[in-house]
Design a protein around this ligand. Structure first.
Ligand code: ADP
Ligand code: MG
Length: 618
């Protein structure tokens, strides 16, 4: 026998399991059953793909035994099993990223942390919530050696054991009697594990009525008898007819596959029976997965071929902008030994993927039209991920634009581009947006002054992702989409006479000594004297910030254009009297910067100039 210490993280986790008042202890069974089901998946897959395993005979099933006198609950499977090294590493350390994510979110607040356990379902170790001692007897398929792992949650030991067939048998020495009850166990199984693809058997007491002869005379009294009974449906839910399923069935199944204990926001079930036969069941969660913005996020979509689990580690099954989607793709006409290369190049997989993306986007569109409140909930959670799909030349750009919602310069809440278009002025030919960090500042940006005066709506884009994707969006439903800074009012009588201000603009540019690319007059402003815009082909300030954050530190310096308002008192006076041109130019530039939320290069100089100008004015 050898004795081992748990990895520190495991000890922390176990402490938490044991000492926190956790209200949802029953999930331990879901976790153990799902491990058993995984172990059967793995062995079945090997048997189908690897000749060495083909000689094995076994039944893909899970058994549960309750021993009331010994106060034990035993869960066993005929799956792949574990050898000694695997027992040590799988049940002594934490490798799974989900569990790591769980640990990184621990707050120390017992109540909050307990909730987290429910959300993540932290696997095997959750059994210590109900057991003070656990024994795992396991024999790896094709091996002759069995081992027993046992632990009281402080440390664990390994010794040789005896087991006839391959697989794993887990004995829980229960803390109290709650889970020694067949009825309780059956209910928990039905709740969480009804649709795992393998049958779960348990010995159940069955009532046998008294036997009577033809005269009605009792020849044998009634009794109860232990009978091995299948207690789950064991049918792959995604293969069932939609009409046979209730929303509760879908919701429960979601909890099984997602490690999320809240009901999903939406489910999308498709059974295709045309040229390619497949079933898909997709879910949109109602809470944000913890790893959504991590590079090593877990794919939420599992691939099955003919009901046999293949992988849940393939991030390409759906595009990254749909990485919040959880669920199952089950394809009929694929070989079971699909390799990664096949996954990427296979025409069947490709068309299932394409159809799935389309379907998900269509269903979201439906939701947007029929249940706005729910859609807003969805969009608030996942809109910023979805918008990533606007990047580059994605095939679904139009559909995603259709799904996008924006804040508006005129209305409260969120609006779609369709709603924007419906409210467009008759002579308005373009859709305008403005990008920045702070929605309120954007609404009051001088760049919008003329548009606001003319009552033209502008989309307020205040999310980081906007600065990356909005410049890549050119039109919606045949209407051009443009930054508000590029709105032109050519057809107006008051079109500005740049010639007339040529001398002044040149002087200001000279005074600003290379800080701006150009100085020009504009009719965009009404109250402000100046504003900053960027050249049509230059990234704007918000985009530049993002590019820098993304590591493009050597981005060439991109200078703004200073626009001045010829109708403004300052500009009118300056035109006639250029004595203070250096100071005023500095103020025009820096005030415009402040309004755009851009830091001033030399605040001391600005303060000095401002003070001197105020002094003169007084
Ligand atoms: P997860 O299932 O997410 O990997 P768990 O804590 O539930 O995390 O299990 C840890 C690991 O222990 C599993 O990944 C698996 O390798 C191994 N394991 C647990 N139960 C079994 C079992 N019944 N048969 C074979 N391996 C198992
Ligand atoms: Mg598990």
């Amino acid at each position: 026998m050898s004795k081992h210490e748990f990895q520190t993280e495991v000890s922390d986790l176990l402490n938490l399991m044991i000492h926190s008042l956790y209200s949802n202890k029953e999930i331990f069974l879901r976790e153990l059953v799902s491990n058993a089901s995984d172990a059967l998946d793995k062995l079945n897959y090997l048997c189908l793909t690897n000749d060495e395993y083909k000689k094995l005979t076994y039944t893909s099933k899970i058994d549960i035994k309750i021993d009331k006198s010994a106060k034990t609950l035993i869960i066993s499977d005929d799956g792949i099993g574990m050898d000694k090294d695997e027992l040590i590493s799988n049940l002594g350390t934490i490798a799974r990223s989900g569990t790591k994510g769980f640990l990184s979110q621990l707050s120390g607040d017992v109540k909050k942390d307990s909730n987290l356990i429910g959300q993540f379902g932290v696997g095997f170790y959750s059994a210590f919530m109900v057991a003070d001692k656990i024994e795992v007897l396991s024999k790896k398929a094709l091996s002759d050696e069995a081992n027993i792992w046992s632990s009281d949650a402080t440390s664990f030991s390994i010794k040789k054991g005896k087991k006839d067939s391959h697989g794993t048998q887990i004995t829980l020495f229960l803390k109290d009697d709650e889970f020694l009850n067949e009825y309780t166990i059956e209910n928990i199984i039905k709740k969480y594990s009804n649709h795992i693809p393998y049958p779960i058997f348990m010995d159940k007491e069955e009532f046998i009525p008294a036997k009577k002869d033809s005269d009605g005379k009792e020849i044998e009294p009634s009794k109860t008898e232990l009978k091995t009974t299948q207690i789950n449906k064991a049918s792959a839910l995604w293969r069932m007819q939609k009409s046979a399923l209730k929303p509760e069935d879908y919701n429960e199944f979601y909890k099984q596959i997602s490690h999320d204990s809240t009901d999903p926001l939406l489910y999308i079930h498709t059974k295709a029976e045309g040229k390619i036969e497949y079933s898909t069941l997709f879910y949109i969660p109602s809470v944000e997965p913890f790893d959504m913005f991590r590079v090593d996020y877990q794919s939420g979509v599992k691939l099955y071929v003919k009901r046999v689990f293949i992988t849940d580690d393939e991030k390409e099954l759906l595009p990254t902008y749909l990485r919040f989607v959880k669920g199952i793709i089950d394809v009929e006409d694929l070989p079971l030994n699909v390799s990664r290369e096949i996954l990427q190049d296979n025409a069947i997989i490709r068309s299932v993927k394409e159809a799935s993306v389309k379907k998900i986007l269509i269903e979201l569109e439906k939701l947007k039209e029929t249940d706005r409140e729910k859609y807003i909930k969805f969009y608030t959670l996942f809109g910023k991920v979805l918008k990533e799909g606007l990047y580059g030349f994605s095939a679904q750009k139009d559909e995603i634009l259709n799904l996008a919602l924006f804040k508006s310069s005129k209305r409260d809440g969120l609006i779609s581009l369709k709603e924007y278009k419906e409210a467009m002025k008759e002579d308005q030919k373009e859709i305008y947006y403005i990008i920045g960090k702070n929605a309120n500042a954007l609404k009051h940006s001088p760049i919008l002054e003329s548009l606001n005066k003319k009552d033209i709506e502008v989309l307020i884009c205040d999310e980081e992702i906007d600065s990356i994707v909005m410049p890549m969006v050119y039109e919606f439903d045949k209407t051009p989409i443009k930054p508000a800074s590029q709105a032109e009012f050519k057809d107006e009588k008051e079109a500005v006479d740049s010639e007339k201000f040529k001398e002044l603009t040149a002087k200001i540019k000279e005074a600003l000594n290379g800080e701006v690319k150009e100085v020009r007059v504009t009719n965009r402003l009404s109250d402000s004297a100046s504003c900053l815009v960027y050249d049509k082909d230059d990234p704007d300030f918000a985009t530049q910030q993002i590019l820098k954050q993304m590591g493009q530190a050597n981005l060439p310096e991109i200078k703004p254009i200073l626009e001045i308002n010829p109708e403004h008192e300052i500009i009118k006076k300056l035109e006639n009297n250029k004595i203070m041109i250096n100071d005023i130019s500095n103020l025009l530039l820096n005030i415009a910067k402040i309004q755009e939320g851009i830091a001033i290069d030399n605040p001391n100089e600005f303060a000095k100039i401002l003070t001197s100008v105020i002094t003169k004015a007084i």
